[in-house]
Design a protein around this ligand. Structure first.
Ligand code: SF4
Length: 354
């Protein structure tokens, strides 16, 4: 792991991005934004999974005016995602958005971008300048093709424009759906600027492929010390984005929120439906926030020993299940009662899992 690069600290609401602040996990709601009830419910669920910043699409005025109601119903900072129409950004800011994400390339004239900058300044909110391989300026595409240099030059143009307008309260992203292109672009950008970086692989794909692409791309960048906040983009339920984001941070030992799960790979000694048991345990502990290690093992003979470094564990076989703590067996129960007995033990030990 390389040392985290030094970046400037900015804020989205009360949440710091960059500098010495923790690398945060973001997601984006996929409800119709103006359906505020559904949007708030989804965001609250994402909050419960550890989402720290949320973005909503603002494609029309209804959505822009909905920001106020949504903000009142949630506890995490809210970013309005604006394309093409700068007026929607102004309405979103008026309605309390904590930050605005724009791609200045599709907002149009400099005056329109300046209107957003002025509103952000007077409301003391930050912006994300989101450069995207899919919407790169035509002249840069012609000069470079879709390359890291093109993405970074686009970002640099926007940086210059914002600085010319005495604005430095922003973070940057240079996303592509290609993992190597994204990694190179962020490496290049990070060598040229100290503004905080929002990292991710855009349009990464459906759950399986998207998870792998995001983990490889985001994981590589983080291990090079690059990235101040991240979003995993998946075609599907944003809950998965939050879970994958946390798992990436956890697997690199960057942040330790919630449990770490260990489960054995199974072998000829496995005497229980371990795949189901392991996923039932993960699901049941979705709301556990403490950094405990939980093991789910396939046989009672080797399981506790192989998982002796875990804080808590279960192993099953031949109708019988055992529960162990720090490698020591503390209870034997029937296989049917294994999960509920295990959850009761965690509750009795003071863990909040419900
Ligand atoms: S814990 Fe038991 S079932 Fe699982 S891999 Fe080890 S020996 Fe096999």
């Amino acid at each position: 792991m390389q040392k985290r690069r030094t970046t400037k600290k900015i804020y989205i609401g009360n949440t710091a991005i960059g500098g010495d602040s923790p690398i945060t996990v973001q997601s984006m709601a996929n409800t119709i934004t103006s359906d505020t009830e559904n949007t708030v419910n989804q965001i609250k669920h994402l909050e419960s999974l550890g989402c720290e910043i949320i973005r909503v699409a603002v494609p029309d005025e209804f959505s822009a005016f909905s920001i106020k109601k949504i903000k009142n119903g949630i506890n995490i900072p809210l970013i309005a995602d604006i394309h093409f129409d700068y007026k929607l950004a102004l309405i979103a800011i008026d309605n309390g958005a904590d930050a605005i994400r724009i791609n200045p390339g599709n907002i149009g004239s400099e005056n329109k971008v300046k209107a957003i900058v002025d509103a952000a300044k007077s409301n003391d909110i930050s912006l994300r300048i989101g450069v995207n391989a899919g919407s790169l300026e035509k002249n840069l595409q012609k000069k470079y093709g879709i390359t890291p240099e093109a993405l970074v030059e686009s970002a640099e143009r926007h940086i210059k424009f914002l600085e010319k307008n005495n604005f430095d309260n922003f973070k940057l992203s240079v996303k592509a759906s290609s993992v190597p292109l994204t990694i190179k672009a962020y490496e290049l950008l990070s060598s040229k600027t100290e503004y905080p970086l929002h990292i991710g692989i855009t349009e990464a794909g459906t759950l399986f492929r998207g998870m792998i692409k995001s983990s490889v791309g985001i994981g590589t960048l983080l291990s090079k010390g690059i990235g101040d906040t991240l979003r995993v983009s998946l075609t599907g339920d944003p809950s998965e984005e939050v879970k994958v984001g946390w798992e990436i941070l956890r697997s690199l030992n960057i942040r330790k929120k919630g449990p770490e799960f260990i489960s054995c790979p199974t072998c000829g000694r496995t005497e229980i439906d371990l795949v189901k048991l392991a996923s039932d345990v993960e699901k049941a502990l979705e709301k556990l926030n403490e950094p405990v290690t939980i093991a789910v093992m396939g046989c009672p003979v080797n399981g506790p020993g192989e998982a002796k470094d875990s804080d808590y564990g279960i192993a099953g076989g031949k109708g019988l299940g055992i529960i162990f703590k720090k490698g020591k067996v503390i209870a034997k129960v029937s296989e049917k009662e294994l999960l509920s007995a295990f959850l009761n033990l965690l509750r009795n030990d003071g863990y909040c899992i419900d």
